[in-house]
Design a protein around this ligand. Structure first.
Ligand code: PEP
Ligand code: MG
Length: 669
């Protein structure tokens, strides 16, 4: 055995490229080669890049190199020589990669909630699927291992191609990271552990790769050195690739540190629902707008959030320090100490209670001229139920039930749904609650793999329900059963045609009859239609004859009337809630409902913006549903108005030609 002490003197420590060089040299010898930290027990196999990186050996770290075997002396000399030459890093440090660690970077987006937060990036890749555990029988274990090896080979070929391209286009200095990725892939610590796990646990390869990957990543998240901790995300990349090559699925929902800021290109609301919300401090996404579902749910949960950051995701690494300033609609990556200091004085987490009312008022609000307006709560998750009472809401005007579907492909059972709806009834109290039938698209159905060309115009909402009657029937039964516990109604989303309503009503009626014949306790419910597409507005009189009430979904009404994707930041300038065409649609819907003497609840985000709420009252709305935390603010504004006066302004708005003109008029409300 031969051993010697060395010190890491290179600026970036024993990072990925240095470790890759070390592995390459170590592999030339037969002897076993171990690195041991002198300040603890951490030990690493010098022939395993993953093992070396877990040493977290930053500049100044002292190590013992131990060689054991026939060529131990030569091996030791070679390794020690490499340390003294700073790992032969002849190329300049990769400026771009390194600059991420040292240069403060600011990015402007759209703040969609309140709060300023300082935390650490947790990257979440959306669009990948969840990994499931499957039991593999003895006879199939060898096949599973072969499948894993094939995925490793395919990943290697892909990485080699990427590396070649990077070398040609960016130069050798930028391609080195793929060398490290290739070494990760070949590392016995990864491949052997995965194969062992498959055999020992009778596990499918995807699950085994995920478990082993998670274990490795958890070691990295604990590393103190910022630069070295970043390498965890390189491992994450490799594992993602492996999982993608195994099934087209990827790693999701990692463990969250306590100051996690979720950074993603886009985020499904159901993903947020599945995260440990006690740990999530803020959200920053590339896509999204004020009315995208992610933004709505972030506001509802009191999470600080900035959306529409374009290509921010790709600049981040898990573990980076980040400041999210929702007030200014800005994020700061790698803030310099002065910036952090500046923000420390202003840090303010949104918290679920954006504005605590001095004295809690409940029930409807009355305008100066005696018009009574109900203020209800929009609720997405059971965790928000408490807020219904906290903010004095007149029950729940809209329960977006689809957030019960915790992940694509998985439906809650009838009993699970029943429990939630019953809780909802309790939370809503005497004013009752309205459950929306699942407003989801293809990503939740049995045809999970089938991506639609244009999901907003696709098999969404009522169309989805009618195509998947089993899913619809299960939900309807759960709602009917829960209605026995208190006032509960049901609303059909995205109705575009009277036929949609008739077909849905027939399914509901059949379930009523079935429950009655099964002697199950239930209660009939009022049935409403969401008015949120132009065809529904244009046929509002006919729809009004079919249902007990309307819900005006202004978010989608703006999207579909103006042909502007509500979640696409590139067209957010065209998303004009106050466009005269939208006001015309609202006005027409309210008039049709009034003629048919059915109520209309306005439940889009428009209702939670105080000046817009005033305009809605001017257009004749007397029932508004919004984020619970906004109720006190809207209440304060509405007590000060005279409905007949704001009606005059609303008429002028309807006569205006442009959204700008309407905005000017609304300023004076
Ligand atoms: C709406 O479209 O305005 C609405 C209330 O529903 P959602 O935002 O969930 O589409
Ligand atoms: Mg909608």
């Amino acid at each position: 055995m031969a051993e010697r002490q060395v010190q890491v003197t290179s600026r970036l420590g024993l990072h990925a490229r240095a470790a890759a060089n070390l592995v390459r040299v170590a592999m030339q010898f037969q002897s076993s080669l171990t690195l041991q930290r002198l300040d603890g027990n951490a030990k690493a196999d010098a022939k395993s890049i993953l093992s070396i990186l877990t040493l977290a050996a930053s500049r100044g770290t002292e190590l013992r190199v131990v060689a054991h075997g026939d060529d131990e002396q030569e091996a030791l000399d070679a390794l020690v020589g490499l340390f003294s030459r700073d790992f032969d890093e002849t190329e300049k440090v990769d400026g771009r990669r390194f600059s991420r660690a040292i240069n403060e970077f600011r990015c402007k987006g759209l703040g969609v909630s309140d709060g300023i937060v300082i935390g650490r990036v947790m990257r979440l890749q959306e669009g990948t699927h969840e990994v499931y555990r499957a039991h593999i029988a003895d006879a199939d274990l060898e096949r599973e291992r072969r499948r894993f090896r094939a995925a490793v080979r395919l990943s290697r070929r892909q990485l080699e191609a990427i590396k070649d391209r990077a070398e040609k286009e960016l130069g050798r200095g930028h391609a080195y990271i793929f060398d490290a990725h290739l070494l990760f892939l070949q590392d016995a610590k990864l491949t052997r552990d995965v194969e062992d796990y498959i055999v020992k646990e009778h596990s499918n390869a995807e699950w085994a790769a995920k478990v082993v990957g998670d274990r490795l990543l958890s070691i990295y998240t604990q590393i103190n050195d910022d630069y070295l901790r970043e390498r965890g995300s390189d491992i994450e990349d490799v594992i993602q690739r492996l999982l993608a090559n195994l099934t087209g699925e990827g790693l999701k929902y990692p463990n969250l540190s306590e100051d996690a800021v979720i950074v993603s290109t886009d985020l499904l609301p159901s993903t947020i629902a599945e995260l440990n919300l006690n740990h999530v401090k803020a959200i920053a996404t590339d896509a999204g707008g004020w009315t995208s579902h992610m933004a709505i749910i972030a506001r509802g949960l009191g999470l600080t959030a900035v959306v529409g950051l374009r290509d921010f995701y790709q600049r981040t690494r898990t573990g980076d320090q980040i400041i999210v300033d929702a007030r200014a609609g800005e994020v700061v990556l790698h803030p310099v100490p002065e910036t952090v200091e500046h923000y420390r004085f202003t840090v303010h987490e949104a918290g679920p209670i954006a504005e605590t009312p001095g004295k809690l008022e409940c029930g409807p609000v009355t305008t100066r001229d005696g018009v009574e307006i109900s203020l209800r709560a929009n609720v997405e998750l059971p965790t928000e139920f408490q807020a219904v009472r906290d903010f004095g809401a007149c029950g729940v005007g809209l329960f977006r039930s689809e957030f019960l579907l915790s992940r694509p492909g998985l439906m809650s059972s009838e009993d699970e749904q029943y429990e939630v709806y019953k809780e909802l009834v309790d939370a809503a109290g005497e004013y009752g609650a309205v459950v929306r039938l699942f407003d989801v698209g293809g990503e939740f159905g049995p045809d999970l793999k089938e991506r639609e060309r244009n999901p907003a115009l696709g098999l969404r909402a009522v169309r989805f329900n009618l195509r998947h009657p089993q899913i619809m029937r299960t939900q309807v039964r759960a709602i009917l059963r829960a209605a026995a516990a208190g006032p509960l109604s049901l609303v059909i989303p995205m109705v575009a045609d009277v036929a949609d309503v008739r077909l849905a009503k027939r399914v509901i009626e059949e379930e009523v009859e079935r429950l009655a014949s099964e002697k199950v306790t239930f209660s009939r419910v009022k049935i409403g239609a969401m008015i949120e597409v132009p065809s529904a507005v244009l046929t509002a009189e006919k729809l009004a004859a079919e249902v007990d009430f309307f819900e005006l979904g202004t978010n989608d009404l703006v999207q579909y009337t103006l042909a502007v994707d509500r979640g696409n930041d590139k067209v957010s300038d065209w998303f004009r809630t106050l466009h005269p065409a939208v006001l015309y649609g609202i006005n027409r819907t309210i008039e049709a409902a009034n003629s048919a003497q059915i109520p209309v609840i306005v439940c889009g985000e428009m209702a939670s913006t105080p000046s817009y709420a005033v305009l809605l009252v001017g257009l004749g709305a007397v029932d508004l549903s919004m984020i619970p935390a906004m109720i006190p603010r809207v209440r304060n504004v509405l007590t000060e108005i005279t409905a007949s006066e704001v009606h005059e302004v609303a008429l002028k708005c309807l006569a205006a030609a442009t959204a700008d003109e309407v905005e000017e008029l609304v300023k004076n409300l």
